[in-house]
Design a protein. Structure first.
Length: 240
């Protein structure tokens, strides 16, 4: 998976998960996702995320409640000049391969601070064919929930900064004409709580490790990923 995805029409999240909107990068502290309903103004119509950007994630706190947090799209952090955690760009950790997530021993996900699983909402993501970006999204227009891994790094003020990566699977043959290498893990509604459950060890995630398309997907080229307009022929990729 290349390093860009987008979020649009945040109302899809409202209708699907029972809350109005959660978008406000200046005020995304812990919030109950499902109850009570939250209204946050300033929803963008279309936002593109690149590595090291701040983005919203859905997690499970230690009481089992679903919460919304704000994270930097880069898992491995280092201490910056002001003492705050900043992305360690010596290593590309905006994605995490599923086999690395499930690995035992002294791995990135098992060393302090230990990784935990989260969800990253998206309307679609980009892969590049040559120099042309292709938008890939669900044909029904519903929101995608990427499976992600997050770490909480302590900050000088006693708080924390979250870093996050998107979990990737081996490439899917139906998308090989655009991108052969990898496919982002997309979590289905029935699997949300199992994926987020901190009592489930990463080594038990084998059911998630096979690249599967549960929904029909649309792909279409764009002239500029920063703009919502698409051009060229739309291609439907049928589900498995």
């Amino acid at each position: 998976m290349c390093g860009a995805f987008y979020l649009k029409q945040s109302s899809h999240l409202a209708a699907h998960y029972g809350f109005d909107t959660f978008w406000n990068l200046g005020n995304l502290s812990r919030r109950d996702v499902l109850n009570p309903r939250r209204i946050v103004e300033g929803i963008p119509e279309y936002t593109v995320f690149r590595p090291t950007d701040r983005l919203p994630i859905i997690a499970q706190d230690r009481t089992g409640k679903l919460i919304i947090e704000q994270a930097l799209w880069w898992l491995l952090m280092k201490t910056g000049e002001d003492g705050m955690p900043v992305p360690n760009q010596e290593y590309a950790t905006f994605n995490s391969r599923i086999d690395k997530v499930m690995a035992t021993g002294r791995t990135l996900h098992n060393t302090s601070p230990k990784s935990f699983r989260v969800l990253i909402p998206a309307s679609g993501y980009f892969e590049w064919l040559g120099k042309v970006p292709y938008a890939i999204e669900r044909a029904d227009g519903e929101t995608i929930l990427f499976g992600g891994m997050a770490k909480a790094y302590p900050t000088p003020d006693g708080g924390y900064q979250l870093g996050v990566s998107i979990v990737t699977l081996p490439g899917h043959p139906k998308l090989a004409h655009i991108h052969q290498k990898s496919l982002p893990l997309m979590i289905e509604d029935d699997d949300i709580m199992h994926w987020l459950d901190r009592s489930v060890p990463n080594q038990d995630l084998q059911p998630f490790a096979t690249p599967v398309l549960r929904h029909d997907m649309n792909t279409q080229p764009k002239s500029d990923i920063k703009q919502p307009e698409l051009f060229g022929e739309l291609q439907r990729i049928e589900s498995d």
